[in-house]
Design a protein around this ligand. Sequence first.
Ligand code: GLN
Length: 544
Amino acid sequence: MKRYIFVTGGVVSSLGKGITAASVGRLLQAHGLSVNIVKCDPYINVDAGTMAPFQHGEVFVTDDGAETDLDLGYYERFLGIDTSRANNMTAGQIYQAVIAKEREGRYLGQTVQVIPHITDEIKSRFHRAGEGYDITIIEIGGTVGDIESLPFLEAARQMRPDRTRTDVLYIHVTLVPYLTSSDELKTKPTQHSVNKLREIGIDPDIIVCRTEKPLGREIRNKIALFTSVPEEAVVEAANSPSIYDVPNVLKKQGIDEQIMMLLRLRSNKWEFEEWSAFVQRLKTAENARPVRIAIAGKYTKLKDSYKSLVEAVHHGAIANGVRAELDFVDVEEPCRDERLARAAGIIVPGGFGDRGIEGKIATVRLAREKRIPFLGICLGMQCAVIEFARGVMGMKRAHSSEFDPRTPHPVVALLAEQKGVVAKGGTMRLGAYPCRVKPGSLAFKAYGARMISERHRHRYEFNPKYLKAYEKAGMAVTGLYKERELPEIVELAGHPWFVGVQFHPELKSRPLAPHPLFRDFVAAAARAASGREPRAERAGAGAA
Ligand code: GLN
């Protein structure tokens, strides 16, 4: 029998529903169950691709090229699975599908309505997601009470028409705020949001309470009493120092036992050692020597737009037994260079738009000249290519045709076949592409493989026309998308560690499988940091 777990949220947004859902998934996997996990986004956009980072945070790209919600990143990292288009549905997609069917005449004669047509479309996707899995976790975005999420909640409700069903269960994540003035935890918002959920017809089985302070017996009882949920099913989720601790936090309170009991599941398996060992390594690394990594971009204040990147750096650090100390440097700030020079490693991440572009190019120059380990990702790699043309190859006005359409040296450009396509998104190279890695390169050392697959999200490419000139001048192309002769990885000879990649390696890094490029980049930075300490002191004395 296929089973479904719905995760809803109440009181406020940003409660960490995604992490809760993913943690539950991880625990159920440990019991030997196969788990799929889906995010429902109530917005009308068809996908997250057209939303600005400050609207939506990071756009997570799947192997099959879907531009999705960043929660899918948590799903992949926690469950170790590769998600796809089918793991993220938006209201926009649902309406688009229903309207297309209406135009095809598939509902001929009927009035097309939210119930049953929209909800049927949603349910059919729930069922499809469940195929082949023991358990499908479905996280519904937004907060209970929003107008937008109603069709999704109604579809979730219809999945369990009455309480006798044991194949569907509902987890509600709420906030139990702490009031400093009266020194107490407040349960009222939770009561209200559970009532709101009941109005819609959903009776939660488990309540996960996000809280800053331990709930204590009394509060737990009170919530149980007011919401008619057994006390054991009121689960406390206090803030933990690391998101990777959340499965443990929930396990300690027996959330998995509750779920198994309610879904009438039994297991005699408990495979959790790998995860526990990782959390242990993480804790050890936290007390280790810090290695300062600068992330030089333009949305540095919006940490959400670099979610996967930040995680990938930490995975790499933990793999090296060091602690990454991240310094988000805005490339347009005046003290940029001093901050960059203090870093043991520099990352220029991906990005869109020309704001800050010269600052990013200057950042690459500093990394190249000061021999600071460097990782350029997507736009960061393109900046490395531009910088090298200007600084080493004498092409002073080299640029990407994205930012300077009249540059005499379009070292980064749109390919001929991409021109003329007007629809936004229509020209993007999205999703997984194979890449051939050159033996002997830094990339080869990292991956230990000739063929790799990485995810893309960009329009412009390193112009293959210049390839030979670059090789001659000392920037090697060490990764190639053979089918179209597109350079995917560049490296600098004679630099401790300088790698630019056209793809987004951060999307594939997992705690239990840190990405090899991040692992080696942090290793190089850690080496640089230990080699630099005495020198830095001397430099400091000189400057004073
Ligand atoms: N703007 C660049 C392009 O479209 C880089 C995109 C990115 O960094 N994701 O090619």
